[in-house]
Design a protein around this ligand. Structure first.
Ligand code: HEC
Length: 111
């Protein structure tokens, strides 16, 4: 691939990306009840083995949930949960968790 082709491909991706996941965070907010026990309503996990979802990129969240649903990524609980979700619910839930602002603080002795 030439660098021109690469640049054209990248430009096309950047144009497509924002449209591909047009979730509605307000609808997502109403749909996350089923996730809250483990991931927290605010996306900060309550269960020790569940990851935080708050502030993760929308595209990452959509891709992971779809991967559980298709079986590409396997986890007993998440596979079942993902299989109960429609495409637009996945987009909305991902938009909701992605919209939550998080901050990270590196401890002074590790800076
Ligand atoms: C019973 C507990 C439980 C519930 C309920 C639950 N999850 Fe999970 N979720 C987990 C666990 C545990 C993992 C880590 C699985 C793994 O190792 O792949 C996970 C992983 C994920 C991931 C991958 C995160 C990453 O950083 O890669 C996403 C996205 C996710 N869950 C979304 C959801 C959504 C959306 C819901 C509600 C519709 C939900 N989960 C409900 C337990 C749960």
């Amino acid at each position: 691939m030439t660098s021109t082709q690469f640049a054209a491909g990248l430009a096309a991706l950047l144009l497509i990306a924002p449209m591909a996941y047009a979730g509605d965070p307000q609808l997502g907010r109403e749909a996350v009840g089923a996730c809250a026990t483990c991931h927290g309503r605010d996306g900060i996990a309550m269960a020790p083995d569940a990851p935080n979802l708050a502030g993760q990129p929308e595209s990452y969240l959509v891709e992971q949930i779809q991967a559980y649903r298709s079986g590409e990524r396997e986890h007993e609980q998440m596979t079942l949960i993902a299989q109960s979700l429609e495409d637009d619910e996945i987009d909305d839930i991902a938009a909701y968790f992605a919209a939550i602002e998080i901050t990270a603080t590196v401890p002074d002795d590790l800076k």
